[in-house]
Every structure is written in structure tokens, then in C-alpha cells.
Write a protein that binds this ligand. Structure first.
Ligand code: AMP
Length: 190
């Protein structure tokens, strides 16, 4: 553990964390592992009495995700991997299906339960949603409790995430709802 003293802050760092920038208002800390990098931004806030836990929250934030590119967010949804999953030419671990939607396990789960719920109709992302999609999007939301029950997370709770574009770190341009649960999730999520 290394103790860093800013003008009004004390920050505890593990041996794998490195300070990359410190100012009177904030401190940026990098943590690099073999597979990914994390950046923590610690704001020097006088009202913050629990600095170590705040840093821990930020430390769990991944700054990059494979597949999030300008090309990916401009892709026609009909050319994406989810289009192939809907048409059945690529397999998935199906959780639920009806005429309007399909739910399947995420290939790279971020929680013990990580299901993707998608409409069968091609919609690139929430930015592309219009009045004509209201019915299908409404149907999608009403399937969430059913899927949560199938995965036995309806009582413990869960989180829905819809990523949009580059800042939202969307990697597949076919609208999908992440259903995450099976463990205590952190807040803030960013
Ligand atoms: P997003 O990054 O929000 O666009 O979410 C796309 C998600 O799709 C990621 O969590 C990926 O792990 C997941 N994913 C990509 N390919 C597959 C696949 N073939 N089967 C299941 N999940 C996938």
C-alpha cells in the first residue's frame, strides 16, 4: 500500500496501481492487468469522508471493451452477429424466445447471470427507436420479469443496461438489453 497526499486527500493505492495525473481537484490512477486497463478518477471533494471506498468503486470501471469502434456503431444491424443469431445461423445459449424477441446468455458474462434480450426486428440501438418500435420495445420490457424468474434472480434483484454508441461502449449494433444479476452490483456503474 502506498499513501499519496494531495492537497486535501489521502488515497490508498495497491502495488499495481500507478498515479498518472494529480491536481488540486482530482487524481487519476491507472491499474493495468495482463488483459485490461482500468483508470480511476478520484475527485478531491471535501465532503467525501470515505475516499478509499470511492476509489474502489471507480477502480472497477473498465475503460475499453473489445469491438467498440466507429465502424461497429455505424454497422447495419442486419450485418451483425445478432442478426445471425436471430436467423439461427450462429448458435446461442437460448434462455427465452417468442415471436418478437430472443434472450440468450452473453458469451462474455460480467456477472453470474448475464442475459442479452433482443428484439427479432432489426433496430441498431436505442438512438434508432421511433414510434413504430413502441410496441416491440414495450413487449421486450414486459419479458424481463419472466427471464429474471427463469434465471432465479427475480427476488435478489438485477440491473438492465442498454449501451448506445461509442461513449456507451456498444459493440454490437443491434439493440439489446443486458440483464445482469446473481451478485451485488456496484454503483455508480460508470
Ligand atoms: P454491447 O457491447 O453493449 O454492444 O453488448 C454486446 C454484447 O454481446 C457483449 O456483452 C458481448 O459479450 C456479447 N456477445 C457478442 N457476441 C456474442 C455471441 N456470439 N453470443 C453471445 N453474446 C455475444
Amino acid at each position: 500500500m502506498l499513501l499519496v497526499r494531495g492537497t486535501r486527500s489521502l488515497i490508498y493505492l495497491s502495488s499495481k496501481q500507478q498515479i498518472i495525473n494529480i491536481s488540486s481537484s482530482s487524481c487519476k490512477v491507472a491499474l493495468t492487468t495482463s488483459s485490461t486497463s482500468f483508470i480511476s478518477t478520484f475527485n478531491n471533494n471535501q465532503n467525501n469522508n470515505n475516499k478509499y471506498s470511492q476509489l474502489s468503486y471507480y477502480s472497477s470501471t473498465k475503460m475499453s471493451k473489445p469491438g467498440v469502434t466507429e465502424a461497429a456503431v455505424k454497422q447495419d444491424p442486419r450485418d451483425t452477429i445478432f442478426a445471425k443469431i436471430v436467423e439461427g445461423s450462429i448458435p446461442c445459449k437460448k434462455v427465452y424466445e417468442d415471436d418478437d424477441c430472443l434472450a440468450f446468455d452473453d458469451i462474455s458474462p460480467q456477472a453470474p447471470v448475464h442475459v442479452l434480450l433482443i428484439p427479432k426486428h432489426p433496430i441498431g440501438g436505442i438512438n434508432d427507436a421511433t414510434e413504430e418500435h413502441a410496441t416491440v420495445l414495450g413487449k421486450l420490457m414486459t419479458k424481463v420479469p419472466k427471464i429474471a424468474k427463469l434465471k432465479d434472480i427475480d427476488h435478489s434483484g438485477y440491473r438492465l443496461v442498454v449501451n448506445e454508441g461509442i461513449h456507451g461502449q456498444q459493440s454490437v449494433r443491434w439493440l439489446h438489453i443486458h440483464i445482469l444479476g446473481g451478485r451485488q452490483l456496484n454503483w455508480p456503474p460508470c
